[in-house]
Design a protein around this ligand. Sequence first.
Ligand code: AMP
Length: 228
Amino acid sequence: MRIILLGSPGAGKGTVAKLLTEYDGSIQISTGDILRSAVKKGTDLGKKAKKYMDSGDLVPDSLIMEIMEVRLQETDCRNGFILDGFPRTIHQAQELKKTLARLNIELDFVVNLEVPSNIILDRLSTRRTCINSSCQEIYNVKNNPPAQGGKCKKCGHDVIQREDETAEAISDRIKIYNQKTAPLIGFYENEGFLENVPSLIAPETVAEIKKCAENIKIKKRVVAGKKN
Ligand code: AMP
């Protein structure tokens, strides 16, 4: 499948994307993960992105588009991709539309993950993430804590609270989401791509998205049949 996951910070984009990769070989592309890894490695991109990320602000569109233009052409995208955390602004969405057209890639649909704001706040402040950039397993101190000593159950690395998940950064990220990213819901609704899906229990959300993917496959078969 070729889809975009939209949703406020804490809506479950990362968790849902990881579960969806097991469905049909589509890969997860998280711009947040790409940027965090660049910051950790101290690359040029990381140095440029760090100050925006630490304050919960968005990294400039030009940097993000440079990364995505290259990433979408890598061979592992051929079986499909789940865009997690990208696009984040109307400008990125417009640029993505042009990039996909140029690369002859057809988007299937866009999922808007819907979660009430009180649940978002609770999820973000209790979330912990494995620091190992190739693992990044997500935990929750209330209902899915890491192993003893705050270690990751999968790889044994430390599990930490991300710098952008302190109370202050969370409130800034939500404000920025409402200002800059929420308008994408209307953008994709106008484009005829939008599917609103509740994101309270991850396996149920994933099942709903798989249903949308199956429906799209059927529609495409019907259209192809009519053409032949
Ligand atoms: P995430 O893990 O998706 O919440 O991203 C963490 C941080 O990375 C965000 O708060 C932004 O600073 C930056 N970031 C990730 N994706 C984007 C994007 N598409 N556009 C701009 N900034 C981004």
